[in-house]
Write a protein that binds this ligand. Sequence first.
Ligand code: ADP
Ligand code: MG
Ligand code: MG
Length: 877
Amino acid sequence: MSKFVYLFNEGNAGMKELLGGKGANLAEMTRAGLPVPEGFTISTEACNQYYVDGGALSDDMRAEISAALSDLERRTGKVFGDTANPLLVSVRSGSVFSMPGMMDTVLNLGLNDQTVEGLATLTGNARFAYDCYRRFLQMFGDVVLGIDHYFFEQILEDVKHARGVEHDPDLTADDWKTIITSYKALVQKETRAPFPQDPQEQLSLAIQAVFKSWNNQRAIVYRRINKIPDHLGTAVNVQSMVFGNLGEDSGTGVAFTRNPSTGQRELYGEFLINAQGEDVVAGIRTPQPISALEEVLPNVYQEFSLICERLEQHYQDMQDIEFTVERGKLYILQTRNGKRTAHAAVKVAVDLCNEGILSKEESLQRVDPESLDQLLHRRIDDNAKLNVIATGLPASPGAASGLIVFDADLADKWASDGKKVILVRPETTPDDIHGIVAAQGILTSRGGMTSHAAVVARGMGKSCICGCEDLRIDLEAKTVTVREVTLREGDLLSIDGGTGRVILGDVPLIDPELSQEFKLLLQWADEVRQIAVRANADNPEDTAKAREFGAEGVGLCRTEHMFMAADRVPIVQEMILAETFEERMDALDKLLPMQQSDFEGILRSMEGLPVTIRLLDPPLHEFLPNLEDLVVELTKLRLQEGVERRVTREKENLIRKVRALHEFNPMLGHRGCRLGITYPEIYAMQVRAIFLATAKLQAEGVNAIPEVMIPLVGHVNELKEMRQLVLQTAERVMEETGHKFEFLVGTMIEVPRAALTADEIAEEADFFSFGTNDLTQTTFGYSRDDAEGKFLHHYLQSKLLPDNPFQVLDQNGVGKLVELATEKGRAVKPGLKLGICGEHGGEKHSIDFCFRTGLDYVSCSPFRVPIARLAAAQATL
Ligand code: ADP
Ligand code: MG
Ligand code: MG
């Protein structure tokens, strides 16, 4: 017989799969002797069984639950449903991966019209007992009976208003009784049945509601975004209640063992005196910082600090801890590895290593390379004049600008129309998740650093400001007012989540600087990784940036980008449109010194490191004016009076040539080495420019290391011919300049035939660089430009393809060609140098693949170099 229920003292942290993260950690803490209220966990297997059984608790399961409940009664000395000494429990969801706020929890379960009296007598505090009961009615009504919490709040607001009271704690026992009567009437009205008074029935319904919450809409969306499998199911924790709402010596809070925004080692969090669980996260009252607890309840603070330290040591990671104080006694209700910003992740990983808690290798694995992206992006220029209209809590760093929207649906809609939006809300709830995903940043007027908005935004690396109390948000009128300024939906607003500044209009952004810890982590990465990281760069500035970020060479320098500069396009056009060889040579002679100085700049800034320069690759017509524009111009000329015939004829000529260059499938057309073969003088000019630059730098004592790369080779003879051209040009430059220099000639492997015949091609190549963008296009037979807009999106949405193959290398297909080419190439030439220069060179899964396949380097955009360095290190671990 399978076991569905585990007492807290039967589990441990290793049982997350079965007990969920919350349950496993409650068990672990119980075993470690921490003050955890007693309880038991109903496993994720039970959840799955519940669904198999068509949404019912089996008799076996019920029996186990009732045995565990009896055990709980014995341990607590209380009795479930007893009117004199009632046991109250919380029923808490808990999945394997934490999904904060996504699923449901019910507190104070076991209360009814009789037990509430017992609780009042027992505690001598009627106000408290009725407060618990109304909370229970509301949570149970919302979570289990599906009555919108708005209706409950409405009743509460009305009573508060009638009594002229602002805060909940100012309500009396009698007020709560009035509210309870209305709540029960609401339940009766909405469900056409009285509120269930039988605690056993309450428990059974609540457990099933938690199981069902696994499949509520927001949980499904959250799982999709975070790639959490649907089949895991949730566990349910039934735990005896402790009460933070028993007066001024009671309270509840949430704290991180380190600052989740900066990683700073300090207790960081919030608490509320005389409050229960959800009050802190729900953002209903703005809580006090945890440091204030030291003044209010110093002994509790001391004990809590020690427990935090112990938990961090135990889990070897920053913890996010929920606690409650009942009449001066501290209880721990949850611990988990805290979600954090990338900045904090890096600092915590490095600090934990320096503190001797983690090894370097472990630290390296603690940071998701992809998250580093956040640190490599621009932030607000410190010198900028900003129109700061308000300041809130800096809940999640990063700057963001966008149009104000007040609801998640509109945020979602506008974002899908390509607009940037800032979601402005009094507070967010899990139902706003799609709006948060869509927004550039989130701004709330209520709630603290651990409110829903803050936690979710940090997890997503989105900028967020919370508890900005100066904002008066009117959701009906769709306005937000700060003192005399009133903003409307669609107005431009900026937020700086690192400082909490709310700024009117747009903001100027500047480049990031890397923190000491960040540099150190990357240094450790360099120590362990066994695959080099180069950058794709086409100009000296990018090359310098790449080097600063740690690139070990240029893996792809696209020469056509140099042809695109405004002052060059006319000359390039001259070259393309030339009628005769002489005319073409004239244009090329003008381009030569320009290219030479480009290469000088790039080779100089990569001094001592290899620079792979790809000869001209795109179809020539990309450099020519648009045909439709030309036709319009011609028509205008014809309609104009007094235009010389010669002028219109020139235009006609141009149109004829542009037409002649038109191709049906330019991606498969006259491009790459096909250009070099048909117009060798173009490649000869480029190669000459490369070598003249090399020789000149050598004369200056600068060690330039060029690697000439021939694109789009499909047959060895293409490479053979182009290689000869390179070798002859080099020889000539060496003769002319009297300088001898080293260089390599290689090719891109970017069409399937090149991969299939890599052994032949290797004979003529010093290196291969896998051009996985084109290789993906040609292997799938997708034109990238057409695919993404037309059908790929659908393929990804419907999970027909697991990933976008232009982002994540398709290892089973395209990857097979890479492996094959590697094998065949190295069989002929064991020392053949291999690299990758597609977008994939900066993506962690693809980097892992490249390492396993035995490539020498990956190459990616300069801003991704640090990401690639860390990913390359992780690949070896
Ligand atoms: P979530 O996953 O949304 O955080 P939890 O199950 O952790 O939901 O519970 C919500 C809130 O209720 C938390 O603040 C938690 O500390 C509090 N809580 C849960 N169980 C108890 C309990 N037995 N006694 C007192 N407070 C509780
Ligand atoms: Mg919850
Ligand atoms: Mg919790």
